[in-house]
Design a protein around this ligand. Structure first.
Ligand SMILES: [Cu+2]
Length: 274
């Protein structure tokens, strides 16, 4: 029985490795879809974030395997030692305590420094890509119970924090240009929500009273999920929207159609009646 417990602790790292191994091919790893079965990050920044994820996963894996192995080893040694041998008690090892304080401290400081550039590019406005500074925010995304509202400036205008007469509105559909970083302002109309585009690895809380600039870049045209990642009420699960990434002309066309639709006064143009 004693040997069983030693083997028990050796067993779990094997389970962990095996489940990580099969998870990717089964689409359990990152959100996968038909055209992206491995759930790869669909944005350049997302790939860098995944890099950080794998680095931390690697460090954690080493620590996990190490501790499980030490545990299993200690149990195995005690299970197989002769009963006549007296037990050896030890308590308080100065050098051990130093090691397990200094090593994790170094690891944490290393991670903190190593991730700084990615963090800055993602969150700190002055480190945003230059294109976002040239273009300014393309739209305003407002989360509310329980939908996403998009507000675009009228074609040819710049986005203002206050709604303007010519602004264009859409619900649960966000159109962005491909191949260029797109900045938008995120806010909430009521409680706290979180903008989460899993395939693009973009996640940002929407906080009452704040207008938060966020940017994303989608190289490949297509449809991507936008969900709420903050339990915001009974309809939280309904906050599903689509990010449509398409070439610039398509976005412009979409906005022109939106404008026409919005300005339509219910009277069909004469030409259409013929
Ligand atoms: Cu929400």
């Amino acid at each position: 029985m004693k040997k069983f417990w030693a083997l028990f602790f050796f067993f779990w790292p094997a389970v962990a490795f095996w489940s990580c191994w099969i998870a990717r091919s089964r689409g359990w790893w990152f959100p996968a879809s038909e055209d992206n079965p491995l759930g790869l990050a669909m944005s350049p920044l997302g790939q860098q974030i995944d890099g950080l994820f794998y680095l931390i996963l690697g460090i954690v894996a080493v620590v996990f395997v190490g501790t499980q192995f030490a545990l299993g080893y200690a149990l195995w040694m005690s299970a197989t030692k002769e009963d006549s041998k007296p037990a050896h008690y030890s308590h308080g090892s100065h050098s051990l305590e130093l090691i397990w304080t200094i090593v994790p401290a170094f690891v944490l400081v290393f991670i903190a420094l190593y991730q700084m550039n990615v963090w800055a590019e993602f969150r700190v406005q002055s480190y945003f890509p230059n294109e976002t500074k040239e273009d300014g925010p393309k739209l305003e995304v407002t989360a509310r119970q329980f939908e996403w509202r998009m507000r675009y400036p009228a074609p040819g205008q710049v986005l203002s924090n206050q709604p303007q007469a010519g602004d264009l509105y859409a619900v649960n559909e966000m159109h962005v240009q491909t191949g260029r970083p797109v900045k938008f302002n995120l806010r909430t109309g009521d409680v706290q929500h979180a903008f989460f585009a899993p395939q693009l690895r973009v996640k940002q809380d929407a906080v009452a009273g704040l207008i938060i600039p966020v940017w994303l870049e989608v190289p490949k045209a297509g449809k991507y999920d936008l969900v709420c990642a903050e339990l915001c009420g009974w309809g939280h699960y309904k906050m599903r929207a689509t990010i449509v990434a398409e070439p610039k002309e398509k976005v412009e066309e979409y906005l022109r159609n939106l404008e026409q639709e919005q300005n339509f006064d219910g009277v069909a143009p004469a030409a259409a009646e013929e």
